[in-house]
Design a protein around this ligand. Structure first.
Ligand code: DGL
Length: 252
């Protein structure tokens, strides 16, 4: 059990940012990543469709003998997290918009949340916002998903996007920005160049802690060995595999 790999899934490239952090935090673990690039983006799809696609990917990873599953996609986790926790015979953890930490850090300044349309519309986020931070401004950002899918991580395109969306506020008015989509983590340096000094929360640390303590309690945490990564995708485009490797190697 200890030496079995951990499954990590996303609609495409975004979860590679989470995988990056997982590898650093858990160097002895082996990871199998599945990007559902053939069906990305998930954000514009209805919840039932996202649920079906996520279940399908989870089953693929289960067949590879994974000991736990990380849903490295806010959209998939919002739609399918509870279902997978109930149905799968292994522990499941999932990333969600980190409104709690953002609220605490922002004081009485503005909290901005960037996420997919689907994440912002689903009960997980709506209830969380209502409970923790009703004044948070939610901004759907499907354009950013597609930039990262295309491998665009810097330059005028993402800069213009953030500049335009944050135009209503002076930088001093911004208390925190929540990246409620794992694709956007790759664009954090661009965001920070447009909104210097504003704290950014991506929800990755809480997932890693959740995974670590779950595996530890189950006696399934790898404590020695080399670790490693296997990258899988539903796409048959060779360029996608090359981009996945580049993104995993990107500096974050
Ligand atoms: N990486 C995704 C997320 O965290 C989903 C992007 C998409 O497929 O629309 O929400």
């Amino acid at each position: 059990m200890r030496s079995a790999p951990i499954g990590v899934l996303d609609s495409g490239m975004g979860g590679l940012s989470v995988l990056h952090a997982l590898r650093r935090a858990m160097p002895h673990e082996r990871f199998v990543y599945f990007g559902d690039n053939a069906n990305a983006p998930y954000g514009p799809r209805p919840p039932e469709e996202i649920r079906a696609l996520t279940l399908n990917t989870a089953q693929t990873l289960l067949k590879r003998g994974v000991k736990a599953l990380v849903i490295a996609c806010n959209t998939a986790n919002s739609a399918a997290g509870n279902m997978l926790k109930q149905r799968l015979p292994i522990p499941v953890v999932g990333v969600e918009p980190d409104l709690a930490d953002a609220r605490e850090r922002a004081g009485n300044k503005r909290v901005i949340v960037f996420a997919t349309q689907a994440t912002l519309a689903m009960p997980l986020y709506r209830d969380m916002r209502e409970r923790l931070c009703p004044e948070a401004v939610s901004i759907p950002a499907p354009e950013l998903v597609m930039m990262v899918e295309r491998g665009v991580l810097s330059g005028e395109e993402p800069e213009a996007f953030f500049r335009e969306k944050l135009r209503p506020w002076a930088v001093e008015e911004l208390g925190a920005v929540v990246l409620g989509c794992t694709h956007f983590i790759f664009l954090r340096p661009v965001l920070s160049s447009i909104a210097p000094g504003v704290p950014v929360f991506d929800g990755v640390e809480p997932v890693i802690e959740d995974l670590r303590s779950t595996l530890f309690r189950a006696g399934a945490l790898a404590q020695s060995g080399e670790g490693g990564v296997e990258l899988l995708t539903s796409s048959d485009e060779p360029a996608i595999r090359a981009r996945m490797r580049d993104l995993l190697a990107a500096e974050l």
